[in-house]
Design a protein around this ligand. Structure first.
Ligand code: PLP
Length: 974
C-alpha cells in the first residue's frame, strides 16, 4: 500500500534532473542547517582558534576515542528545504483518513479553544520552557500547573494532585505501586475490575510482574475478595460506558486494609459524585478530552489525586506554594525529595519528563470554560447519548446498560463486523469491543448529525429513522440518582473570572511574561539539550491529518502515520546502528524501563532468568536506578575514578562478583560528566563476556549523532530522547518521546499492542506513544540530512569546549577527556568558591537570573557544581553574553574573597532582585541598585525582571499547599 515514492529518502520535487536543482524555492542545500546551527562560518573559525583546534574535524578527533568513530555517512541523504519538508509532511498527513471517532476507550474528540491553541500550544514562550526547577523564572507555568492540580482535586474530591503523569494506563500502574507502598495488607495481589480499559489492564500486567505483584481481573462487585488483595482498581464510568456505584467495593477494601483506586473521566465527574466522596483513596485518569487533540495516542496529560495521608508517597512532580525573600507567596516544586533524581532506586517512581504542556492546556481549558461551562459540555454530551440510546432502542437495537454517561455498549452479535464496516462507509469509527459487542462514545464535538448517522448505521431505512427521531421524548438523565453530583467544584476565583477572550488572552500573556524560555535566552542545561525547536518543525503537529486520529483507528486509516514512523525508524537505526525501534515509550525513563524489560525477557527466554543484577555507575541519571528497580533488577553501583570515568578495576570486580547473575550494565555515553571515556568498548566487552547486556542511555546522543553509533561500540539497546537531541520542545517538563533502538536479538522483546490484554509487554496506552509529536523529529532529521546532523554534533562539541576554555580559569572544569576536551557539556566546579567564601551554587544560579539567564543544571551529577550544555543552536554572541555574565559574577565573588563584602549582605546572596525590592525607600544594601539589576552587559531595553525574589523551599514543604490559595490575591494582581 505504501508506494515507493513515499520513502522519504527521495525528494518530493522532480525526477527532472535539470529542474530538480531549482526545487524548494531557491533554497540551497544546507540552508536550514545554517539556521539551526548558531555559529556562522567565521564565528566557527574564531572559536576554533580560541579552543586551539584547526578544524571541527580535529576537535572531534580529540574529543571522541578513535575506536568508536563512525566512518562514512549514516545514509540519511541530503538536507531538504523547509518548503520540501512541509510539502512531504502534508502529503503524508493526507494519507491519514480522519473519520468521526466514536471509539472512546479513553480518547475523545474535543475542541481546543483557539485562544489556547495559538497562545499556548503554538507559542514558544510556553513550549520551549524547561521543567520549573528554577522557580523564580517559572512563575507563569507554575501558576498554570497549580490551576491544573486544583482542577483535579476539585473534580475528584481528593486532597492533593500532582502536575501530570504520562498517560492513563501508566497512571494506573503508578497508583498500583503507590497502593502497595501504603496499604496495610501484606498481599501482593492487585484486583482490576474487568470493565477497565484493555490498554490499562495490559500496562498493569506488564508493570506488576517484575515487581512481584499478580493482577486478578474480574467483576469487582461479584468476584473481589478484599482480604486477598492490597488494592483494587475500578473504572468510572466503565470502559463499556456503564455507570455503577463503587461504594460497596470501596467499603469492603477499606475493611480489609486495602486501597481503593478509581480511574475516572474528568468530564463525567462534573455530573457524577466524585471519587473522594465515594471513599476512594486514589483517583487517576486522562485529561485528554479537556482540549487536547487525540493525536493518534498522545501526548496527553494523565492525572493522579490522593488523600492527604499519601502525599509523600505520590509519584510525579508536585507544584506547591511557598514564600519568597520578601515574604510574598510564590510557587515552586514541592516535596522533591520523593523524586528519582534524589531517591534513585528507592524513588516513588522513575518518572522524570511528564506531560506539563498538556496539563497546562487542560487546566486552561477548564479555566476558560469554568465549572458551569464544563457542566454544560457534559450535559450536552450526556443528553445526546441518552437520545442516541432511545433512538437505537426504538430501532430494536440491544443497548446493554440503563446507566451511562457518554458511552453505549451494543449487543450486535454476528452483525458486528458488518455494522463496523457500514459505519465506516458513513465516515464513523465505532469501537469493536470483541465478542459481538460494539461501543459508541460521544463527545464535545458530537452533533445531532452524528447521532442521526449512527442511527442509520443500524437502520438503512431513512424514513424509519426519521419517524423514530420525531417520536423521541426530550432526554431524561441516564445517571443513577445516587450518583448525581450535588457538591460544587472549582469555586476558586481563577475558574470564575476569565470568560471573555480578551481576559483570557491577557492572562496567558501575563503568565508567559513571567517566565524565561528559549524565546528569550539560552538555557544551558547540562543533560537536557535545550536546542532550537524550529517553527517549521512545529507547524504540522496541529494539522488535523495528524492531530485528529484515534490511536485505535483501523490501520488503513493511519497509512500516513505508518509512513512517518517507518521513515523515523529507518533513520534512527541509521543514526544509532540498531536494527529495530519501538516508539511506544513516552519519555526517556519509560524507554529505559522498556529496554530493561526487553533485556529481562531475553534472559528469561534463554533460561537465564536468574540474571537480575544491573550495574550502574555512580554518575548515572536518577532515572537509571529507578527504572532498573521497576524492571525487577537489583542495582549495584560502580564507582567512578578521580577523572570521572568508570573505575575500571571496580567494574571488573563487580562483573566478576556478579557474573552468574549479571543482567545488564546501564551506561550513559558520553557520560553525565560530559566526557567520552576511552574505555567504552572495553567495558561493553567485559559485560558481554560475562553474559550481560549493555544498555546505553542515549540522552547524550547530541554529542555523537553522525560521529559514533551506540550499536557499533557495544550497545544492545538505547533510548533516544526525541525531546532533547531530536528537537521536540521541552514543554516545561513534557511532552517527550523515548523510543528505544535494539539490536536484532532483542527485537522480539519490544513492546506489544496495548489493545491486547495478554500482550507480553506493554509500556504505554497507545501503540506508538505520543505519535502526534513525531513529525517534529521527522522534520528535523529530514531538514538536516547527514551532513547537517554531523555538523550539529561537531558544533555542539565546539560550543561546549569554547565555554570550557573561556570559563576554565574562573571556574575549574571538573572533568575532561584524555586529550583535554569536554564532550557537548562541561561541569564547572564551584565547591572551591563555596569553601573559600560561603557563596553557594544556588547563589550563582540565582544571580544569573539578574543577568537574564536560566541557570545551568545545578548539582547534577556532582553536588556543588554547574553543568553547562550550550547546544549547537547558540551563536557566538549568546555564548559570549553567558560567559561574560559568569565572569562578572566571578568578580562579585572576588569582592567577598577580598573581604570587601560579607556573603550574607552580598548581591549574590540576595539575588534575584525584583523591581519591587529595588524601589524600597530605604535602600540599605552594600551594593547599589544599579549593580543589582543592571550588572555589566545587561541593557535596560532587554531587561528580564523576575516576578519574585528567591524562594524559600523549606518553608513550602513545612507548610504544604498544592492547590490554588485564596485567589483574591490573584484578582488584585489582575
Ligand atoms: C533526560 C535524561 C533521562 C530521562 O529522560 P526523561 O525523558 O526525562 O524521562 C535519562 N538519562 C539521562 C542521562 C538524561 O539526561
Amino acid at each position: 500500500m505504501l508506494s515507493g515514492d513515499f520513502t522519504s529518502d527521495n525528494r518530493p520535487f522532480g525526477p527532472d534532473q535539470a529542474l530538480a536543482a531549482f526545487a524548494g524555492l531557491a533554497e540551497a542545500d544546507g540552508a536550514f542547517q545554517a539556521r539551526h546551527i548558531g555559529p556562522a562560518g567565521h564565528d566557527v573559525e574564531t572559536m576554533l582558534r580560541s579552543v586551539g583546534a584547526d578544524s571541527l574535524e580535529t576537535l572531534a578527533a580529540q574529543t571522541l576515542p578513535a575506536d568508536i568513530r563512525l566512518d562514512g555517512a549514516m545514509g540519511i541523504g541530503p538536507g531538504w528545504s523547509e518548503t520540501e519538508v512541509l510539502a512531504r509532511l502534508s502529503a503524508i498527513a493526507a494519507r491519514n483518513t480522519v473519520m468521526t471517532s466514536l471509539i472512546g476507550q479513553g480518547y475523545y474528540g474535543t475542541v481546543l479553544p483557539a485562544v489556547i491553541q495559538r497562545n499556548v500550544l503554538e507559542n514558544p514562550a510556553w513550549y520551549t520552557a524547561y521543567t520549573p526547577y528554577q522557580p523564580e523564572i517559572s512563575q507563569g507555568r507554575l501558576e498554570a500547573l497549580l490551576n491544573f492540580q486544583t482542577m483535579v482535586t476539585e473534580l475528584t474530591g481528593l486532597d492533593i494532585a500532582n502536575a501530570s503523569l504520562l498517560d492513563e494506563a501508566t497512571a494506573a500502574a503508578e497508583a498500583m505501586a503507590l497502593a502497595h507502598r501504603v496499604a496495610k495488607s501484606g498481599s501482593t495481589r492487585f484486583f482490576v475490575d474487568e470493565d477497565c480499559h484493555p490498554q490499562t489492564i495490559a500496562v498493569l500486567k506488564t508493570r506488576a510482574e517484575p515487581m512481584g505483584f499478580s493482577i486478578v481481573v474480574g467483576n469487582a462487585a461479584k468476584d473481589l475478595r478484599a482480604a486477598d488483595v492490597f488494592g483494587a482498581l475500578v473504572q468510572y464510568p466503565g470502559s463499556s460506558g456503564r455507570v455503577a456505584d463503587p461504594r460497596a467495593v470501596i467499603g469492603a477494601l477499606h475493611e480489609a486494609g486495602a486501597i481503593a483506586v478509581m480511574a475516572a473521566d474528568p468530564l463525567a465527574l462534573t455530573l457524577l459524585v466524585s471519587p473522594g466522596e465515594l471513599g476512594a483513596d486514589i483517583a487517576i485518569g486522562s485529561t485528554q478530552r479537556f482540549g487536547v487533540p487525540m493525536g493518534y495516542g498522545g501526548p496527553h496529560a494523565a492525572y493522579m489525586a490522593v488523600r492527604d495521608a499519601y502525599k509523600r508517597s505520590m509519584p510525579g512532580r508536585l507544584v506547591g506554594v511557598s514564600v519568597d525573600s520578601a515574604g510574598q507567596p510564590a510557587y515552586r516544586l514541592a516535596l522533591q525529595t520523593r523524586e528519582q533524581h534524589i531517591r534513585r532506586e528507592k524513588a516513588t517512581s522513575n518518572i522524570c519528563t511528564a506531560q506539563v504542556l498538556l496539563a497546562v492546556i487542560a487546566g486552561l481549558y477548564a479555566t476558560y470554560h469554568g465549572p458551569e461551562g464544563l457542566r454544560a459540555i457534559a450535559r450536552r454530551v450526556h443528553g445526546l447519548t441518552v437520545t442516541l440510546a432511545a433512538g437505537l432502542r426504538a430501532l430494536g437495537v440491544a443497548v446493554v446498560d440503563q446507566a451511562f454517561f457518554d458511552t453505549l455498549s451494543i449487543e450486535a452479535g454476528d452483525d458486528a463486523p458488518d455494522l463496523l464496516a457500514r459505519a465506516r462507509t458513513l465516515g464513523l469509527n465505532l469501537r469493536d469491543a470483541g465478542k459481538g459487542r460494539l461501543g459508541i462514545s460521544l463527545d464535545e464535538t458530537t452533533t445531532p448529525e452524528t447521532v442521526r448517522a449512527v442511527w442509520s448505521v443500524f437502520c438503512a431505512d431513512a424514513a424509519r429513522v426519521r419517524a423514530v427521531a420525531l417520536e423521541l421524548a426530550a432526554p431524561a438523565s441516564a445517571l443513577p440518582d445516587v450518583l448525581v453530583r450535588q457538591s460544587a467544584f472549582m469555586k476558586q476565583a481563577i475558574f470564575n473570572s476569565l470568560r471573555s477572550e480578551t481576559d483570557m488572552l491577557r492572562y496567558l500573556r501575563r503568565l508567559s511574561d513571567k517566565d524565561l524560555a528559549l524565546d528569550r535566552t539560552m538555557i544551558p542545561l547540562g543533560s537536557c539539550t535545550m536546542k532550537l525547536n524550529a517553527t517549521v518543525e512545529m507547524l504540522p503537529i496541529t494539522w488535523p491529518g495528524f492531530s485528529n486520529l484515534h490511536p485505535y483507528a483501523p490501520a488503513d486509516q493511519a497509512a500516513g502515520y505508518r509512513i512517518l514512523i517507518a521513515d523515523l525508524e529507518r533513520w534512527l537505526c541509521q543514526i544509532s546502528g540498531y536494527d529495530a525501534v519501538s516508539f511506544q515509550p513516552n519519555s526517556g525513563a519509560q524507554g529505559e524501563y522498556a529496554g530493561l524489560l526487553a533485556i529481562r525477557a531475553y534472559h528469561h527466554a534463554r533460561g537465564e532468568g536468574g540474571r537480575t543484577v544491573c550495574l550502574i555507575p555512580a554518575s548515572a541519571h536518577g532515572t537509571n536506578p529507578a527504572s532498573a528497580q521497576m524492571a525487577g533488577m537489583k542495582v549495584v553501583v560502580v564507582r567512578c575514578d578521580a577523572q570521572g570515568n568508570i573505575d575500571l578495576a571496580d567494574m571488573r570486580e563487580k562483573v566478576q562478583a556478579h557474573a552468574a547473575e549479571l543482567a545488564a550494565v546501564m551506561i550513559t555515553y558520553p557520560s553525565t560528566h560530559g566526557v567520552f571515556e576511552e574505555n567504552m568498548r572495553l567495558v561493553c566487552d567485559l559485560v558481554h563476556e560475562a553474559g550481560g547486556q549493555v544498555y546505553v542511555d542515549g540522552a547524550n546522543m547530541n554529542a555523537q549523532v553522525g560521529l559514533a553509533r551506540p550499536a557499533d561500540y557495544g550497545g544492545d539497546v538505547s533510548h533516544f530522547n526525541l525531546h532533547k537531541t531530536f528537537c521536540i520542545p521541552h514543554g516545561g517538563g513534557g511532552p517527550g518521546m523515548g523510543p528505544i533502538g535494539v539490536r536484532a536479538h532483542l527485537a522480539p522483546y519490544l513492546p506489544g499492542n496495548p489493545q491486547e490484554t495478554d500482550a507480553a509487554m506493554v509500556v504505554s496506552a497507545a501503540p506508538f506513544g505520543s505519535a502526534s509529536i513525531l513529525p517534529i523529529s521527522w522534520a528535523y532529521i529530514r531538514l538536516m540530512g547527514d551532513a547537517g546532523l554531523a555538523r550539529a554534533t561537531q558544533v555542539a562539541i565546539l560550543n561546549a569546549n569554547y565555554i570550557a576554555t573561556r570559563l576554565g580559569q574562573a571556574y575549574p572544569v571538573l572533568y575532561r577527556g584524555a586529550q583535554g576536551r569536554v564532550a557537548h557539556e562541561c561541569i564547572l566546579d564551584l565547591r572551591p568558591i563555596k569553601d573559600a567564601t560561603g557563596v553557594t551554587v544556588d547563589d550563582i544560579a540565582k544571580r544569573l537570573v539578574d543577568f537574564g539567564f536560566h541557570a545551568p543544571t545545578v548539582s547534577f551529577p556532582v553536588a556543588g557544581t554547574l553543568m553547562v550544555e550550550p547546544t549547537e543552536s547558540e551563536n557566538l554572541a549568546e555564548l559570549d553574553r553567558f560567559c561574560n555574565a559568569m565572569l562578572a559574577i566571578r568578580e562579585e565573588v572576588r569582592a567577598i574573597e577580598r573581604g570587601d563584602v560579607e556573603v550574607e549582605h552580598s548581591v549574590l546572596r540576595h539575588a534575584p532582585h525584583t523591581g519591587e525590592a529595588l524601589t524600597v525607600t530605604a535602600w540599605a544594601r552594600p551594593y547599589t541598585r544599579q549593580q543589582a539589576c543592571f550588572p555589566p552587559g545587561v541593557r535596560a531595553d532587554a531587561k528580564y525582571w523576575p516576578p519574585v525574589g528567591r524562594i524559600d523551599n523549606a518553608y513550602g514543604d513545612r507548610n504544604l499547599i498544592c492547590s490554588c490559595p485564596d485567589m483574591g490575591a490573584w484578582a488584585e494582581q489582575g
